[in-house]
Design a protein around this ligand. Structure first.
Ligand SMILES: NC(=O)c1ccc[n+]([C@@H]2O[C@H](COP(=O)([O-])OP(=O)(O)OC[C@H]3O[C@@H](n4cnc5c(N)ncnc54)[C@H](O)[C@@H]3O)[C@@H](O)[C@H]2O)c1
Length: 383
């Protein structure tokens, strides 16, 4: 069987997302399965070059995963014609500069969200990529999660009737770092380093809402810093200057009302770290990362308000699981495979840098709304 190699520069690959989701669960997994199948039946094998600041870390990571190429010199990787794709999972603030270099070097680019800190820079990136004629993509992993795919199947079947509202609840307790280490990088909690939950999560909610329910039309948000001091990776206290919780209300085309709470200061009393309840005239569903349960109009119990007696209904037992009916691959890997096919065989791909810019736009408007205490329209964005 014919097999071609494709050189991929992976920058920021020593980080949490870079290592776990993009290298191990995606590129290494694709290599181990013998590459990606293209429409003509041939296979495309990723040939990564790991890029970062620390040679020892890169050498170790490469060695563990059977990768032969790594460098601390991004320019040499960009100058190498063997590499066709540049991927970026660095901290957000570094993205625009390095993605710009890659586009100017003629590489196709794929990167983590948020693609920039401002919508202006995001659109500039998209325009530059179009002008240079390179292909571009942004990570929109939540769309490929089993729970969300089951929800999309329910919508396609007409299960909900008319959808009325969507309630998203995301979050978990992120330890402050004094009694025990925090489980997220400390830059997430410093505004001056590109941190903040609004910038981080509203990018996700934008594409989830746009692609599952319809275009987001308006936003109102209250972003706060509940915990003003945290301890960093070295155990040193620092001022947490970025917002660590965002309470957003959104209006979707057609009048659907969405509320999304995103918080790193909430203790989980849910089945999953993210759950989204959808209520429609004919039925409701609660979708998580993996599972999705439903309650049809016909199976809806009839509660009567009476706090004087113990609650007679076991509400949780009135829901039915949507079956898997398939085995689901890792969401990041699914999207990597789509992007690789797009680059090599020009198959359809919609998750481009303009989509990335839409995410940044919503985050920017949400922060503006929080500052000014009012709703903002979300204007249509084009490259
Ligand atoms: N898609 C998702 O669900 C998801 C989830 C979490 C984070 N992210 C995004 O992924 C990106 C990385 O997040 P993370 O949690 O992996 O962060 P991280 O801190 O674990 O990793 C950041 C990477 O950037 C590199 N880096 C940082 N400063 C640098 C510098 N000065 N010079 C060169 N390299 C530098 C680090 O070495 C590391 O490789 C962020 O933009 C974040 O918003 C996406």
């Amino acid at each position: 069987m014919k097999q071609n190699k494709i050189g991929i520069i992976m920058n920021g690959v020593t980080g949490r997302m870079g290592t776990n989701q993009h290298l191990v669960r995606s590129i290494v997994a694709i290599r181990n399965q013998g590459g990606v199948e293209l429409p003509d039946g041939s296979r495309l094998m990723p040939d990564p070059v790991l890029v970062g600041r620390n040679e020892d870390k890169l050498a170790h990571l490469a060695g563990v995963h059977g990768i032969t190429r790594w460098t601390t010199d991004l320019k040499s990787a960009l100058d190498d014609p063997q590499n066709s794709i540049y991927f970026d999972a660095q901290t957000t603030q570094r993205r625009v500069a390095d993605v710009t270099k890659a586009i100017k070097a003629g590489k196709h680019v794929y990167c983590e969200k948020p693609i920039s800190e401002t919508v202006g820079e995001a659109l500039e990136l998209a325009r530059l990529a179009n002008k240079q004629g390179v292909k571009h993509g942004v990570v929109q992993d939540k769309l490929f999660l089993p729970g969300i795919m089951k929800l999309k199947r329910l919508i396609a079947s007409g299960f909900f009737g008319r959808i009325l509202s969507v309630r998203g609840e995301f979050g978990y307790w992120v330890f402050e770092g004094d009694l025990q280490p925090g489980q997220r990088p400390s830059w997430n909690y410093r505004a001056e380093d590109g941190g903040g939950i609004t910038v981080d999560m509203l990018c996700h909610w934008r594409y989830v809402l746009d692609h599952v329910f319809g275009p987001v039309k308006r936003v109102s948000c209250h972003a706060v810093t509940h915990i003003p001091q945290r301890w960093d990776e070295q155990g040193k206290p620092y001022a947490a200057t970025a917002d660590d919780a965002a309470y957003a209300c959104l209006e979707i085309e057609g009048g659907i009302v969405a509320q999304f709470n995103s918080s790193w200061d909430v203790r989980v009393n849910r089945d999953e770290l993210f759950e989204m309840q959808v209520d429609g005239t004919e039925g409701s569903a609660v979708a998580g990362l993996r599972n999705c349960k439903t309650q049809h109009r016909i199976n809806t119990p009839k509660p009567v308000w009476n706090p004087d007696v113990p609650n007679p209904i076991d509400f949780r037992s009135c829901w039915q699981e949507v079956p898997d009916n398939a085995s689901f691959d890792n969401a990041f890997k699914v999207q990597w495979e789509m992007f690789l096919r797009f680059v090599a065989a020009d198959t359809p791909y919609i998750h481009d840098l303009v989509e990335g810019a839409r995410g940044v736009q919503l985050a920017e408007l949400a922060l503006k709304s929080s500052k000014e205490g009012r709703w903002f329209d979300v204007p249509e964005l084009k490259a």
